[in-house]
Design a protein around this ligand. Structure first.
Ligand code: IMP
Length: 201
């Protein structure tokens, strides 16, 4: 059972994510792992779930507190699931968002429009302690397709080429609020919030 105001370590140093998690999980106290000087763990898994678990267990181990971690990325069917778990470093270890996007456009240049189905995935994992045998796992999926011409200034990463059929635009052309309502991350976060509320009784 989780106590109200329980401290939970977030295995991320991203300010946007920290704010987003604190807002959604208002019953708990979200503490970024940087406050415990926890180093990022190497993401050696070949699935989003494995990587999120690695990060959550590492944060729990070094803080001795419950922990939450996320892992997300873009899965393109015509590329056998690439860039997948290496979405952030598709074009190399220190690649920028633009490098990754250009590599993606190059990789799908020969793929017909109707075969460019893709989805963003976000997995969130909560562990009560480093060896927790029953982690809480939430997964959000956002379906779309990849377009050749980048459009829009909002968002980050692959947003300018991720086409959202229902709104007839890329995810970089959506407001932050609408993106949160539709996105893989928003869906996963709402799922996790519900599951943790149950744990808190
Ligand atoms: P992270 O695990 O949340 O840091 O994301 C991994 C990578 O997946 C990011 O660096 C982006 O390349 C890609 N990605 C994840 N979510 C999104 C999104 O909402 N829009 C665009 N790219 C994303």
């Amino acid at each position: 059972m989780l106590a109200s105001h329980q401290q939970i370590v977030l295995a991320s140093g991203n300010q946007g994510k920290i704010k987003e998690f604190q807002a959604m999980l208002a019953d708990f106290s979200i503490v970024p792992q940087g406050e415990f000087n926890i180093d990022e763990v190497e993401e050696t898994g070949c699935t989003f779930v494995e990587n999120a678990l690695l990060k959550a267990r590492n944060a729990a181990l070094h803080s001795q507190l419950p922990a939450i971690a996320d892992d997300s990325g873009l899965v393109v069917d015509a590329l056998g699931g690439a860039p997948g778990v290496i979405s952030a470093r598709y074009a190399g270890e220190n690649a920028s968002d633009e490098d990754n996007l250009l590599k993606l456009l190059d990789a799908i240049s020969a793929v017909a429009e109707e075969q460019r189905s893709a989805r963003f995935i976000c997995v969130l994992v909560f562990v009560e302690h480093a060896n927790d045998p029953c982690p809480v796992i939430a997964q959000g999926v956002w379906e779309g397709r990849i377009v050749s011409e980048p459009k829009g200034e909002n968002g980050f990463g692959y947003d300018p080429v991720f086409w959202v059929e229902k709104y007839n635009c890329t995810s970089a052309q959506l407001s932050g609020e609408l993106k949160n309502a539709l996105s893989h991350r928003g869906k996963a976060l709402r799922q996790l919030t519900q599951q943790l509320a149950k744990k808190a009784g």
